[in-house]
Ligand binder design. Structure first.
Ligand SMILES: NC(=O)c1ccc[n+]([C@@H]2O[C@H](COP(=O)([O-])OP(=O)(O)OC[C@H]3O[C@@H](n4cnc5c(N)ncnc54)[C@H](OP(=O)(O)O)[C@@H]3O)[C@@H](O)[C@H]2O)c1
Length: 492
């Protein structure tokens, strides 16, 4: 479908702002290293690490090597390969407000033949405006430049638009790559391949045959070191606005005319615009917000959200949210889409579950119809795979139906050759492929849907419901579905 071989990529310089940060250490450097060992970089291509630290190149290289040893996947780090990767790795010190530092960067960039420039902004978003402006003023941005932006892109529509406006002063929309790393996951690509590469699913992919769709992204960790940020943000803004809505779009969109970026993004945008607004009391009724209390996670006692560092002890920020959404289109009218995400939940799990309707008439007797309906389970985490559960006859004299799985175990089948989401997305940014990145109008539409929900919970003083760490969230989350006669997948 898409080439991801470094050998076909254009020569590039990738500048990583925030190169000493957590994301760079855990994801960006390893992803670039894996792509490098998979096929090398185009001749002369470079990675230019940037941070405020007054370091020279060697200090950064030792730091990066230590990080790689700590964060590379088991067996993937080799000192010899690292040494040749390190030849491509440079360091420039930039304090975001100092224009002269950007001039140094500009000099470093202009020392080599013309090539693609990718500026990856892995810093807090309140620095984006300053960084873009200074890059522009220092003459570092040319026609073949791109900027990659990490979430969070705002905390509501207004702040998100300010970020977009500031970035747009320097980079065009076609140069702007807004990352949602869920879109880079192999299984999400596979969901598109399943839907649009097989004739089998399309006739069933609609209200006539789909009973409900559940999207869960569950974490076992708490707020970790991000207490202050999380207290200002909460689960709906941190996860639903981007990752879960993006997954919903991939499930619900109409077939695009091609895989090119605007065809796919146009269809996703239509889904976001067709989401039934949830406002006022309806938003409260269609949403369950929760906050974890002390409990047991992975066998260890853990503290509650209000006791975590950086959290206001009176905080009403949600660490869990479940929502019931509907999409007002001919294809999906009346089909509930449930989204759920939270911290300190029972498992680390990301999956999309599509439950089909039952057969209209059972020839096996009425009791058999209460058996499990067909389900397509698309799992993104912890292991990637796709499972279709069907009913089959259990061995024995009588016809007794049992659910069995048709299993597409991608993790097992493609062991060792699957790419991490950041590997794919970084390659796409270098190659200028925008399909898996959010366009500005998509981002705006997602905030337009979320904002009234957040406003309603503030206006009505909606207090998050307690749940014990290590469980599946507040009881009200189960009740949200039981009104429709449905249970969450893991409860059924
Ligand atoms: N960590 C994740 O897994 C993750 C996941 C998704 C999104 N994100 C987002 O990605 C961004 C980066 O996250 P992070 O966790 O890597 O943050 P972090 O660990 O706090 O790192 C921040 C980085 O920004 C640099 N920086 C801070 N102030 C600067 C300034 N004034 N001028 C130049 N550089 C400056 C820091 O450099 P110094 O070393 O010089 O301080 C550091 O390299 C954030 O917006 C975060 O929300 C992170």
């Amino acid at each position: 479908m898409r080439g991801h071989d470094m050998r076909t990529a254009p020569p590039f310089d990738m500048v990583i702002f925030g190169s000493t940060g957590d994301l760079a250490k855990r994801k960006l450097l390893p992803a670039l290293y894996y792509r490098f060992i998979a096929g090398g970089f185009p001749p002369d291509s470079r990675i230019i690490a940037v941070s405020r630290r007054d370091w020279d190149r060697n200090t950064y290289l030792s730091y990066a090597a230590e990080c790689m040893q700590a964060f590379a996947k088991p067996g993937r780090f080799s000192a010899e390969k690292w040494a040749s990767f390190a030849e491509r790795l440079h360091y420039v010190r930039i304090e975001s407000g100092h224009l002269e530092h950007y001039r140094n960067l500009s000099n470093v960039l202009s020392q080599v033949s013309p090539r693609v420039r990718v500026f990856f902004l892995s810093t807090a978003p309140d620095l984006f405006a300053e960084i873009c402006k200074n890059l522009g003023e220092a003459g570092a941005v040319h026609g073949d430049s791109r900027v990659v932006l990490e979430k969070p892109l705002g905390r509501d529509l207004a702040s998100s638009q300010r970020i977009s406006d500031d970035v747009a002063q320097v980079f065009t929309e076609a140069q702007t790559f807004r990352i949602d790393h869920y879109l880079g996951k192999e299984t999400v690509q596979n969901l598109m391949a399943l839907r649009f590469g097989n004739a089998l699913f399309e006739p069933l992919w609609r209200r006539d045959w789909v009973r409900d769709v559940q999207i869960t992204v569950a974490e076992q960790v708490g707020v970790e070191e991000r207490g202050e940020f999380y207290d200002r943000t909460g689960a709906a803004r941190d996860m639903i606005q981007n990752h879960l809505l993006q997954l919903l779009c991939i499930v619900a969109m109409e077939p695009p005319t091609s895989i090119d970026s605007n065809s796919v993004r146009d269809e996703k945008l239509k889904v976001l615009r067709a989401l039934q607004p949830l406002e006022g009391r309806e938003a409260i009724a269609g949403t369950v917000r929760g906050q974890y209390r002390a409990g047991v996670s992975q066998g260890m006692p853990v503290r509650g959200f209000l006791e975590e560092n950086g959290i206001d002890p009176q905080s009403r920020t949600e660490t869990f949210v479940a929502m019931r959404a509907e999409i007002d289109t001919w294809r999906w009218a009346g089909v509930p889409f449930y989204m759920r995400t939270g911290k300190r939940l029972a498992e680390r799990l990301a999956e999309i579950v599509i439950t089909f309707r039952q057969v209209p008439h059972s020839i096996f007797g009425p009791g058999q119809l209460s058996l499990a309906p067909n389900r397509l389970v698309i799992r993104l985490q912890p292991d990637e795979g796709v499972r279709l559960s069907v009913l089959a006859k259990a061995p024995g004299d009588e016809i007794i139906l049992r659910a069995v799985d048709l299993n597409l175990d991608l993790a097992q089948t493609y062991a060792g050759i699957q790419m991490d989401a950041y590997e794919r997305l970084l390659m796409d940014a270098i190659c200028g492929k925008l399909t898996l990145f959010l366009r500005r109008d998509e981002l705006d539409a997602a905030w337009r849907w979320i904002d009234p929900i957040m406003e309603a919970s503030e206006r009505y003083g909606d207090k998050p419901k307690n749940y014990l760490a290590g469980t599946w969230g507040p009881a009200a989350s189960t009740a949200l579905l039981s009104r429709d006669g449905i249970t969450w997948h893991e409860e059924s």
